[in-house]
Write a protein that binds this ligand. Structure first.
Ligand SMILES: Nc1nc2c(ncn2[C@@H]2O[C@H](COP(=O)(O)OP(=O)(O)OP(=O)(O)O)[C@@H](O)[C@H]2O)c(=O)[nH]1
Ligand SMILES: [Mg+2]
Length: 325
């Protein structure tokens, strides 16, 4: 769908202003810019950053098909019941255009499609510059700045990056299903460390209480923490247990604020983000320095034993410094 002409020629600043006033198409444009990165993305980040910090972010992760989207849809209803605005980012690591998950999310989320205080976006990250780890925080930054009280990020907990992305939220919810070993799989995947809350979804199926018990036992064995992750059983299709899940998420939010842990986590996140950006920049500089004839010439001189590799690297990087002024 192409945007209306009025938006097509709008500057990032104009788009951000409109988005902050509640214009959903402007918001969609701003998110596209943020996800695309480059100068447009940088402009958006600079414009929205001062307005952020008000949203509580919730990462929801778990195996494919464990019921994350169905749960999120039910949680949207809980937030709306309390009069709060909620944005959802469904991060889809698979095919951006043919993936059934995207379509499925839209269909299930369509309950909320006409609600102005709910915003749902499926992000297909494959092919995007920088990928999941870069684009998700940028999108969250935008949604935070336009005034959503809650921002939920759904990721499929299959890979390191997805787990990292979910783990970067203020509250991280790990979803498992009844069935032999699902809890153990979650443990192996490193989900145990990042979980603030466990959900045994599809609790209408046999084995739910076993899964709850497995998780509780694993928690007994793990080193004691100030916050012991609660384990909540849900049937997302009927919303059974969802109010309890919502209450647990809200309690965790209160705990984070009261204990000072929220400030600690956010400071750590800023540290990680800054570090990542610096490393990326240095990578970029290295790529530029190594691109072209000078690299070839230096390689030849190393081969001819005129210069050692360390000196060659110095030469390459020093002249790169000079050229950057
Ligand atoms: N019986 C039962 N089915 C459920 C429950 N929750 C979700 N489902 C069904 O499980 C299927 C997958 O649900 P989704 O919400 O799409 O799962 P998901 O984790 O978002 O899936 P992906 O995003 O593709 O990884 C759907 O057919 C849901 O209707 C539940 O609590 N009980
Ligand atoms: Mg889903």
């Amino acid at each position: 769908v192409s945007p209306p002409a009025s938006l097509r020629n709008a500057s990032p600043a104009e788009l951000v202003e409109l988005a902050r006033e509640g214009d959903r198409r402007a918001l969609a444009r701003v998110l596209s810019l943020a996800e695309k990165g480059g100068p447009g993305g940088r402009a958006v980040a600079a414009l929205v950053h001062p307005h952020g910090g008000g949203a509580h972010t919730v990462g929801i992760t778990g195996a494919p098909g464990s019921g994350k989207s169905t749960l999120v849809s039910a949680l949207v209803a809980c937030a709306r019941d309390e009069g709060n605005r909620m944005a959802v980012l469904a991060v889809d690591p698979s095919s951006p255009f043919t993936g059934g998950a995207i379509l499925g999310d839209r269909v299930r989320m369509s309950d909320h499609a006409l609600d102005d205080d709910v915003f749902i976006r499926s992000m297909a990250t494959r092919g995007h510059l920088g990928g999941l780890a870069v684009t998700t925080p940028e999108a969250v930054r935008v949604l935070d700045a336009v005034g959503f009280e809650w921002v939920v990020i759904e990721t499929v907990g299959v890979g390191q990056v997805e787990v990292e992305v979910a783990g970067a939220a203020d509250t991280t919810v790990v979803v498992v299903n009844p069935g032999w070993g699902d809890a153990i799989q979650a443990n192996k995947a490193g989900l145990m460390e990042i979980a603030d809350l466990f959900v045994v979804n599809k609790a209408d199926r046999p084995g739910a209480s076993d899964a709850v018990r497995d998780l509780e036992q694993m928690l007994d064995l793990s080193s004691p923490r100030e916050w012991r992750p609660p384990v909540v059983a849900t049937d997302a299709t009927s919303s059974d247990g969802v109010p309890e899940l919502w209450a647990a998420i809200s309690r965790h939010r209160e705990h984070l604020v009261a204990s000072g842990e929220l400030a600690t986590r956010r400071a750590r996140r800023v540290h990680d983000e800054l570090q990542r950006i610096v490393v990326e920049r240095l990578h970029e500089r290295a790529r530029t320095a190594m691109d072209g004839d000078r690299m070839d010439a230096l390689e030849q001189r190393v081969l001819d034993r005129q210069i050692d590799p360390w000196a060659a690297a110095d030469e390459l990087l020093d002249s790169d410094d000079d050229s950057q002024g």
